[in-house]
Design a protein around this ligand. Structure first.
Ligand SMILES: [Zn+2]
Length: 1013
């Protein structure tokens, strides 16, 4: 037979595009349109409904950037349409692509009831089916003229990302406002032909099935009268029935589809817009659930549920109903889909506490999967946190975005730093925005790496990022692929149903140990430094506030601020969303984040001050107490307690060197600062050991050009290292000596920027503190602080949640080489047997570690560089411009325990309070420094019990005794939600009024302590 395949395929495309799709709406009449534009920010619904309208016509411009317009459409269904299905078609000026990245609307009835959301893939509103004829139509649309930030000119700097700079040029033109007849038979024919055409394109050309489908499509096209598509669509469909009924082969891949809209809680839009995005999408999804009996939808992020509850109660009522029916499925159990690299141990735990508790309180639902499809990498600390939250599964697809290495599994056990294993699935469809295209379904089946031992994968289906969700077209396509020869099978299934099946069919999945490092978006560890600092400061202040408020409550009976702490935690958790904390949002989001963090800091400082004053007593007492909220004693002040200040022993001195520069000494360290302000030598006096590698100098600021190929705020590409400028020119070098500290101040200028660094040795502290103040006015540059150390090691430790993980210092494999920028929490530590160095940081996360072998002596130089600042211009054209302050420290002679201790110290300064008390005894004390308290707080159930979370921080086994300064009645191991839990693997025993603990490496345990009497 002659090969006419491409001829038929081309014919299908043209006839679908030009004749069949336009026939879905064969008749239409225009609606009358009126508009009112809100003067500023969005107004309440009642105000928008009541505002007077002025006429506007199709073709007219509307919508300044970030504006809100209330558009009213009115009309009458023609009598001639009686018996037919009628829909309103509202095109606000949509670009057919990118739903969620442009204008959007929410339709209301005159009484203010939300109907559904409008986006380019969802422009219809059902009016009547069947129509009687003569119906009056009156609908209102709350239309948001959100500007296009990304798609037309990807990554070009734009001022549109903040309402303060976006201007007032109208962004859109009304394109169509009609009442139309909806011909469902033609619509079904479109779906039939799309499914078969897309399936055909994926089938082997030499297989019979492809030709069976081709011939059926040809017969269907023959059956259509192009001048009467509506009259002949049914005949065309009957030609396709046979090939659509052919069942899937037994070995077909099985896809669990779940309706979804991955809605970024802020990104190329501000937080307030996400509130409306969620309402629009959710209104559509509850409506779709009512129309489609097989369909299921899942939504993650408790925060988004809370937003609908507060702002759109009518939509929330529909959500509650659908959740109760088991068809709208809360997923993930986190407050938001957060970043996981940077949140602290406690914050990561609280993401689950607040997320799961919301779902339990609101719906009585507890789910068991962590749902993080879009997060930029996953720390080795996360598996234990997931398990301690009572969950057991993880879903993400983001690792498929890695630039270099292809991950070897789609379903596997992921093992964290403590040995916890979590059953993990990466959907092989490689997207969280599946739209049921044949190419996506075929890709999932082909791409699935666990073929032969497993058969199931999951496909989150619906428009995401900016919202939109699943469409009726996607549901219709999924229905045809339920059991279709040549295709994977598609069933709507809840995430838990998928995981249960996947686990059952794959009893011995492969194991991946350690972090799931994303080989992309590495610059999100540095971009928007002030957002990151705000996060770290808030995490530290929350630790202090909980500790001192709990102490004051138990000691003085002061009220514990449950509601206030709950609200502040939720605000901090929201800002850990995976485009806020990573610094990848528009300027508006980061401007607001800085203001929010400042307000939280003021509030938390006030809570801390109040609690500490209550503990210190009357200021008239005149005694100065030092409060220590760190988990280790310092300056003779116990951890978690307060005592009179004791100054460090040993005198400090600064000696001017004849060759220029200074020698700083405090009896523990001798530090040489050269005439140009660089650190030439740091010797630990006790061992005589030099920290700085020969021939190098430390605290060297280095400037790189930094213009990645894409994703400016997100990415740093490896080639940035090819060019570097060492900032060695010095403007001024001055020294300052006091009895308790020796200080050198270095001022430099470069480009359009200036930097002042203060290097300080303090009495009794084996640590060189480095305070950096940068007035940063560079463009597309990367600023690093380098510490070349005389340490030979193949690996180094970086702190993560509840412990640390190791990364190589070499680039042996492509996997090692790809980690050229990585995350630390408060420390990086490297050592040779018996001697090590820690570098600690108060607020930076990005770093790199490289090694070189010296020609001079054959020794190894291991260079740690902290990443301080970047200056990308998209999406925020002024990212990081202005004044920044950083604090770092170099700790020579540090074992891992010293690194942990100094890491806590740098973020938790001592607070001095004047009162009448002689001391404040800590509520709890531990007798082993490897056992670290990560939180002390009152139980969320308001029972008055004390919650103490402890983890083993050294990476070894640790035994210890936890004692309380009040009579202890009992200690119960709990999960993160403070529920009694028998999952603790370590030993917890109450003996003689104290708690004996024996923890495994990095194990965390949450204890509920009840007081006697
Ligand atoms: Zn996202």
């Amino acid at each position: 037979m002659h090969d006419d395949r491409t001829l038929v395929e081309s014919r299908l495309k043209r006839v679908l595009d030009e004749r069949i799709r336009p026939a879905v709406y064969p008749e239409s009449v225009p609606l009358e349109v009126g508009i009112w534009t809100a003067p500023g920010e969005p107004v309440p619904v009642a105000e928008g409904l009541a505002a007077p309208r002025t006429p506007i016509a199709v073709g007219d411009a509307w919508g300044a950037p970030w504006g809100t317009s209330w558009i009213t459409v009115t009309g009458t269904v023609p009598q001639a349409w009686a018996g037919r299905t009628v829909e309103a078609l509202i095109d606000l000026g949509f670009d057919a692509n990118m739903p969620g990245f442009q204008c959007e609307g929410l339709v209301y009835r005159p009484d203010g009831t939300p109907v559904k959301g409008l986006n380019p893939q969802n422009q219809w509103v059902r009016i009547a089916a069947p129509a009687a004829g003569g119906e009056q139509v009156l609908l209102h649309v709350e239309a948001a003229s959100n500007p296009v930030i990304l798609d037309y000119h990807p990554f070009l700097p734009t001022e549109l990302g903040d309402k303060d700079t976006a201007g007032d040029q109208p962004q859109y033109k009304l394109t169509g406002m009609d009442l139309a007849v909806f011909d469902e038979t033609v619509w079904q024919l479109v779906i039939d032909l799309e499914v078969l055409g897309e399936l055909m394109a994926e089938l082997p050309v030499d297989g019979a099935r492809r030709w069976d489908v081709l011939r059926a499509v040809e017969r269907a096209l023959d059956a259509i009268d192009l001048q009467d598509v509506n009259g002949t669509a049914a005949a065309a469909r009957s030609e396709l029935a046979g090939v659509l009924a052919a069942p899937a082969v037994p070995s077909a891949h099985r896809i669990s589809a779940i309706g979804h809209a991955h809605i970024d809680s802020a990104w190329l839009w501000p937080l307030r817009e996400t509130v409306r995005k969620v309402a629009r999408t959710t209104a559509n999804m509850t409506a779709l659930l009512e129309d489609e009996p097989d369909f299921l939808y899942t939504m993650s992020q408790a925060q988004q549920f809370a937003w609908i509850k507060e702002h759109r109660p009518e939509v929330y009522a529909r959500v509650q109903k659908a959740v109760a029916q088991g068809r709208f499925v809360p997923a993930g159990g986190m407050w938001v889909e957060s970043d996981t690299n940077m949140p602290s141990s406690e914050a990561m735990a609280r993401q689950f506490v607040h997320g799961k508790r919301f779902f339990l309180d609101e719906f009585g639902v507890e789910n068991h999967e962590a749902w993080l499809p879009d997060t930029f990498g996953f720390t080795g600390g996360l598996p234990q946190i997931i398990r301690n939250a009572g969950s057991k599964w993880l879903l993400t697809q983001k690792i498929s975005w890695s630039q270099i290495n292809k991950f070897p599994h789609h379903t596997f056990l992921w093992e964290g730093i403590d040995g916890t294993r979590i059953f993990t699935h990466f959907p092989p469809v490689d997207t969280y925005n599946c739209s049921m295209k044949g190419s996506e379904i075929a890709h999932a089946a082909r791409n699935f790496k666990d073929k032969g031992v497993a058969r199931h994968s999951l496909a989150p289906t619906g428009w995401g990022d900016g919202g939109g969700g699943t469409t009726r077209e996607m549901v219709a396509k999924a229905g045809r692929m339920k059991d279709l020869e040549g295709s994977a099978t598609v069933r709507w299934e809840k995430p838990a149903e998928f995981f249960t099946k996947a686990e059952a069919e794959y009893p011995n999945p492969p194991v991946w140990v350690g972090e799931l490092y994303l080989e992309l978006h590495r610059a999100t560890l540095t971009s928007q430094a002030k957002t990151k600092q705000g996060n770290r400061r808030s995490e530290n202040l929350l630790r202090e506030a909980e500790l001192w408020c709990a102490t004051a409550s138990l000691r003085t009976g002061a009220a514990y601020p449950y509601e206030q702490l709950d609200r502040i935690w939720k605000t901090v958790l929201l800002h850990q969303f995976h485009d806020i904390l990573p610094g990848s949002s528009i300027a508006w989001v980061h401007r607001e984040a800085e203001a929010t963090y400042a307000a939280l800091a003021a509030e938390l400082d006030s809570l801390i001050d109040g609690a500490q004053q209550a503990l210190a007593g009357d200021t008239a007492g005149g005694r100065e107490l030092v409060f220590n909220s760190a988990p280790h004693p310092r300056s003779a002040v116990p951890a978690g307690g307060a005592a009179p200040a004791v100054f460090g022993a040993g005198a400090c001195e600064v000696v001017e060197r004849p060759e220029g520069g200074f020698l700083l000494r405090n009896g523990l360290l001798d530090v040489v600062v050269d005439a140009d302000g660089l650190v030439a030598s740091v010797v630990e006096v006790a061992s005589g050991r030099e920290s700085v590698a020969p021939g190098t100098r430390a605290n060297l600021l280095q400037l790189h050009p930094d213009f990645p190929n894409m994703w400016d705020a997100w990415d740093v590409d490896q080639f940035y290292r090819n060019t570097v400028t060492d900032l060695t020119a010095v403007d001024a070098l001055t020294a300052l000596s006091a009895p308790d500290q020796a200080t050198v101040r270095v001022a430099r200028s470069f480009g359009s920027s200036t930097v002042v660094q203060t290097l300080t040795l303090r009495a009794g502290e084996q640590r060189l503190d480095i305070d950096t103040e940068v007035d940063w006015h560079e463009t597309e540059k990367f600023l690093k602080a380098a510490f070349p150390l005389d340490v030979h090691t193949e690996r180094y430790a970086a702190e993560t949640q509840f412990g640390h993980l190791y990364r190589p210092t070499h680039t042996n494999t492509s996997w090692d080489a790809a980690k050229f920028e990585a995350c630390n929490h408060r420390f990086v530590h490297l050592d040779e047997p018996g001697w090590g160095v820690a570098l600690v940081t108060a607020s930076t996360y990005g770093h790199d570690v490289t090694r070189a072998v010296r020609d001079t002596d054959g020794g190894t130089t291991t260079t740690v560089r902290f990443s301080l600042l970047r200056a990308p211009r998209f999406p925020d054209p002024k990212t990081d411009q202005g004044l920044h302050r950083f604090r770092h420290a170099l700790v020579p002679g540090a074992a891992i325990g010293d690194a942990v201790r100094e890491g806590y110290r740098i973020g938790l300064p001592e607070r001095r309070v004047t009162g009448s008390a002689e001391q404040v005894a800590p509520l709890v004390q531990l007798d082993n420094d490897a056992l670290v308290v990560s939180a002390v707080k009152l139980a969320d159930d308001r029972s008055g019990d004390l919650i103490v979370r402890v983890y083993e921080a050294g990476g070894g086994r640790a035994r210890g005794l936890l004692t309380t300064s009040y009579p202890l009645a009992g200690a119960v191991p709990c999960d993160l939600l403070e529920r009694p839990w028998d999952g603790t693997r370590g030993e917890v025993a109450v003996e003689d009024g104290a708690v004996r603990l024996a923890l495994r490496p990095f194990e965390l345990v949450t204890l509920r302590l009840s007081a006697a009497g």
